[in-house]
Design a protein around this ligand. Sequence first.
Ligand SMILES: [Zn+2]
Length: 102
Amino acid sequence: MADREPTSFTQIVADLDAKGYNSMGFAIDDGAVVCLECDTATGVEDTKVGGLLGYEADGGEGVVLVMACPSCAAKGMLFAGPELRNGPSGAVVDALAERARA
Ligand SMILES: [Zn+2]
């Protein structure tokens, strides 16, 4: 499970941003991860997930996946709130979270 550090979520995201995870980020589309920098869709199995953060959000728990694009090497984050996790892309979020723990 994600650590429950008292450090504020905003601070963690700011730290990641400062470390270079400052691309436009990623989205999930049709079961694949899409890089918002180069528009390349990558399957979950080919996506490198460097970390996972949990956070409390309205309506449940969200996760932030820290990832790098295998196509353009952009580093960024995918914010998956409760709405996304409970929708059709939820299985993709879960699969990515599994990779973060591997
Ligand atoms: Zn890319």
